[in-house]
Write a protein that binds this ligand. Structure first.
Ligand code: CA
Ligand code: CA
Ligand code: CA
Length: 457
């Protein structure tokens, strides 16, 4: 209760501006009997003295540079009243508008080996803009990692090195050991074994590890569980509060947690386990794959989907390192067991690719051996203007063509006309493509049946 008055008006002061309040009034007679309460909802106005002081400029604007993307980060601006958000420009063109709590943004779809100027400014609730902070950065050369979309691979053959040309090697913490691997499939050299007592691997943050969608795949053997740790960490990249984590609770159903954004939510968190009956039973090797494809989170165990949940987001970025075997943010929560062939992709693999990964060790998209549809010829290669695809698809086949870039990201795509299917020739206009290596990828009846590599000059 604010107070009791005798008259018909009252003034209430020192309320926050631009805030909704509900006020209630009741009458009391001399005997203390109170009437019902009548309520009124009102929103306070702007402060009477206008805010004319802009926020401070974003501090220490910096970028982590990749071939086709840059992760920008800055120190938060401050405002005398209330910071409202940030605006990001690329070469003077609006790129994105961010909330007041954002301190980083992933800029994507950039050309390789190209200089870009990035600008970020803050604005307050009254629309005052800060000074602009600016940085110019040059994107790097792309790397061919052998599998489209593969951005990190830890085979743990005697060390925690990254086997891709990104060389994003892990640093070992504690005293994990490397033992002869006994995976059910493939000759896999050695694996890493954590004893559950302060063993871990830490990988520096790198921009190529950050993408809107992802696949994280690995072999895992649980050797034991510390009863004092409710949830051991298998891998963590930006934690549950920024990007993703993979953890193993006492019930042994492995958990996939993602943090993404969409039009409604800047930080939408999803948490899902591998479902009853898919416990990672102690002492056996299990192949686990986690996927976020922009529509769903999916968990695969031994090449089969075991659980999925709708998650319509793009993953958020992080500037934290990638942790393996413990909680790299808060410390502790050590995993007791073995890992092998940890692979991270910057895209969602299909179910067929994941089955290949489980059974052969690679997603296998480059091997185009689909006898059912006959030989597919892609000419000329290299191509400048028009790529011709000779094929034996029929009108009953629901064919979709995608063009993937060297990193396996979709660059172009279309559904061929009936005429192009009937004539046995599909043409792709490559005139506007940036020179480089591409894959023409064929989807038939919703299944990815393979890709053919070509060069654009
Ligand atoms: Ca201000
Ligand atoms: Ca290995
Ligand atoms: Ca240890």
């Amino acid at each position: 209760m604010i107070g009791t008055v005798e008259g018909l008006t009252v003034t209430i002061t020192e309320l926050a501006s631009l805030t909704e309040f509900v006020f209630g009034v009741s009458a009391i007679d001399a005997a203390g009997n109170e009437s019902l309460i009548t309520t009124l909802k009102v929103t306070t106005d702007q402060e009477e003295t206008p805010d004319t002081t802009p926020p401070t400029a974003p501090g220490n604007l910096r970028g982590n540079v990749g071939a086709n993307s840059v992760l920008l980060a800055w120190d938060a601006s401050t405002d005398d009243r209330k910071l409202s958000g940030y605006v990001v420009l690329v070469d003077g063109v609006f790129y994105d508008s961010l909330s007041d709590v954002a301190v980083s943004v992933l800029v994507t779809d950039l050309d390789t080996e190209t200089a870009y100027t990035f600008e970020v400014y803050a604005y307050d609730l009254s629309g005052n803009n800060s000074e602009i902070s600016e940085v110019t950065l040059i994107t790097t050369k792309p790397w061919d990692t052998g599998e489209p979309g593969l951005v990190a691979h830890y085979p743990f053959d005697g060390n925690a090195n990254d086997a891709t040309p990104y060389n994003n090697h892990g640093a070992i913490g504690g005293d994990p050991v490397f033992e002869t691997s006994t995976l059910p499939f493939g000759n896999s050299g050695q694996n890493i074994k954590f004893d559950g007592d302060r063993d871990s691997v830490l990988v520096q943050n790198a921009v190529h590890l950050i993408s809107d969608y992802t696949t994280v795949s690995f072999w895992i053997r649980v050797d034991g569980q510390n009863p004092n740790v409710a949830e051991a960490y298998i891998m963590d990249f930006g934690h549950w509060d920024q990007r993703w984590k993979i953890s193993l609770p006492q019930h042994l159903r492995i958990v996939w947690t993602t943090n993404g954004n969409n039009l409604q939510f800047p930080n939408f968190i999803s948490d899902m386990d591998s479902k009853d009956g898919n416990e990672l039973v102690v002492g056996f090797w299990w192949h686990v794959t986690m996927v976020h494809d922009g529509a769903r989170n999916i968990i695969y165990v031994n090449g089969e989907e075991t659980n999925s949940v709708p998650v319509a987001t793009k993953l958020n970025s992080t500037s934290r390192p990638l942790g393996i075997g413990n909680n790299p943010v808060d410390g502790g929560q050590y995993f007791q067991g073995a890992l092998d062939n940890v692979k991270i992709y910057n895209k969602a693999l299909t179910a067929a690719e994941i089955f290949n990964l489980y059974s052969t060790g690679i997603s296998g998209i480059e091997d185009f051996a689909v006898a059912k549809y006959g030989d597919i010829k892609v000419t000329p290669n290299p191509v400048s203007d028009v790529l011709n695809i000779d094929h034996k698809f029929g009108l009953a086949d629901n064919v979709q063509i995608r063009v993937l870039d060297n990193m396996g990201r979709q660059y172009d795509g279309f559904v061929p006309s009936k005429g192009a299917i009937q004539s046995g020739k599909i043409s792709v206009n490559t005139n506007g493509y940036t020179p480089g290596l591409y894959f023409v990828n064929f989807i038939v009846d919703g299944k990815n049946i393979g890709s053919v590599k070509f060069s654009k000059i």
